[in-house]
Design a protein around this ligand. Structure first.
Ligand code: GLC
Length: 433
């Protein structure tokens, strides 16, 4: 309808008196009303990005959430299967402005950077201390930055040593305590022809390498960055000895050369196919390696990571939780997603379906969970004694430096000593020391 025909229509209405005007106005009000009603009934879309592997595992939770909250469309965007790559995607979406995400499904190590950059909403006022005390302390602390709380924990994680209990028992070995035990038992089992390789771990240049390395650092008495003093310990003799141990696993042939390209999943498949006696990995492996079609089902056990005789081991504190993007137009709906996903019921469902580790303490001893995963009460102990990667705003860069130089040492481009000296220098420069 053109402007001219509209004005002709209006003139017609006027010349035909108030009756037509009244009818037309009522019609207009009705049409607008129906349109608004239809519009307001469109569910609000809440978007979150995560690794594709986990996106598939979230599906039952998403369905349950949407059933209980028909006014919200929880939209999961699939990302690459490596924490640092997903972090990069979130980071560029925030730097470009107008981020398409309402929530951040956050690795524990992203908190300081995302919070310091002002990309997240402080959630302190939305949750009581009493409610927070039901979660593992390390997981809650991993969501704090300065005085704020930026991430509510969903699932926890801690690195551990998996081993072939059947092979060790048959050959009369106790599970290894020290790195020396691990090497000796590996060599003996390989010589016997029981297994092709001794030890698999995450040796690729990515975040998983740094996570694995903090466990060894603890067990060798070294340190990376002291978050209080910002002192850097990468060039200490203890740290260099930890790198030498990793390099030796390759040189003495207990670890396959391919390990320097392995992430968690490559290591898991190798171990699950019965090709190695020991593996460093996260708790999620337990369910998969014990599944009916797994060649090592029922033949494996877990224990804390090996260490030097004079030190104790530490499990790397990992884990995932939800933060709220501070530019979201729907903070109330976003919070309802956080509340639902981190609730006891949702965590229980997710843990039973996937074998991940909960972040709520009571679930470690929940009868249904223990019936399925008898080792969870012990896992609680491992979780509660875990070691954090340095919680500093420059963590992503610090980790990148460590990954680069560790990888250079493992692939023979630099000696462990030289690599760690350079890593220490660069890290000190990064921290302005
Ligand atoms: C696991 C951990 C996470 C860690 C990552 C490294 O997903 O939960 O904290 O950064 O592995 O690959």
């Amino acid at each position: 309808m053109t402007v001219r025909s509209l004005s002709r229509f209006w003139n017609f209405l006027q010349s035909n008196g108030g009756f037509y005007i009244a009818v037309a106005s009522i019609a207009l009000v009705l049409v607008l009303g129906i349109h608004n009603l239809a519009f307001s009934q469109q569910p609000v879309r809440i978007s979150v990005l995560m690794q594709a592997l986990e996106a598939a595992q979230w599906q039952p939770l998403v369905e349950e959430f949407e059933k209980q909250n028909p006014d919200i469309d929880l939209h999961i965007v699939e990302g690459p299967n490596a924490t640092n790559l997903v972090e990069d995607l979130y980071t560029s979406s925030f730097l470009l402005g107008d981020s398409p995400y309402d929530l951040v499904y956050m690795d524990i190590v992203w908190t300081p950077k995302f919070a310091a950059a002002g990309w997240l909403t402080d959630l302190s006022d939305r949750i009581s201390d009493e409610e927070l005390s039901k979660f593992l302390e390390g997981d809650v602390n991993g969501g704090r930055y300065n005085d704020g709380l930026y991430r509510i924990p969903f699932r926890s994680d801690a690195g551990m040593l998996y081993y072939r209990s059947d092979l060790l028992e048959a050959a009369g070995f106790e599970p290894p305590e020290t790195v020396e035990d691990l090497t000796r038992i590996s060599q003996a089992l390989m010589e016997n022809g029981d297994v092709e390789w001794g030890y698999v771990w995450q040796g690729k240049q990515y975040e998983g390498l740094a996570a694995m390395f903090v466990e060894l650092l603890e067990g060798f008495g070294g340190f990376w960055i002291d978050p209080e003093t910002q002192a850097v310990g990468l060039d200490s003799p203890e740290t260099i000895a930890a790198v030498e141990f990793l390099k030796n696993t390759l040189e003495n042939g207990i670890s396959p050369p391919g390990v320097t390209t392995y992430q968690e999943e490559e290591a898991r498949r190798f171990f699950q196919n019965g090709k190695a006696a020991f593996m460093r990995n996260w708790p999620y492996v337990w369910t998969l390696a014990n599944a009916e079609d797994s060649p090592v089902a029922g033949k494996i056990a877990i224990k804390p990571m090996v260490h030097q005789p004079e030190y104790d081991s530490g499990a790397c504190q990992g884990g995932w939780g939800l933060g709220m993007v501070n530019t979201t137009k729907h903070p109330e709906e976003a919070w309802r997603v956080i509340e639902f996903i981190t609730s006891k019921a949702a965590q229980k469902q997710f843990v039973l379906e996937t074998g991940y580790v909960p972040s709520r303490r009571s679930l470690f001893t929940d009868p249904d969970i223990v019936a399925k995963y008898s080792h969870y009460p012990q896992l609680l102990e491992v979780q509660e004694n875990s070691v954090l990667r340095p919680p500093i705003a420059q963590y992503a860069q610090a980790s990148d430096i460590l990954q680069r130089y560790l990888s250079a040492a493992l692939t023979d481009r630099l000696s462990p000593e030289r690599a760690m000296q350079r890593a220490a220098e660069e890290t000190r420069r990064l921290l302005g020391r």
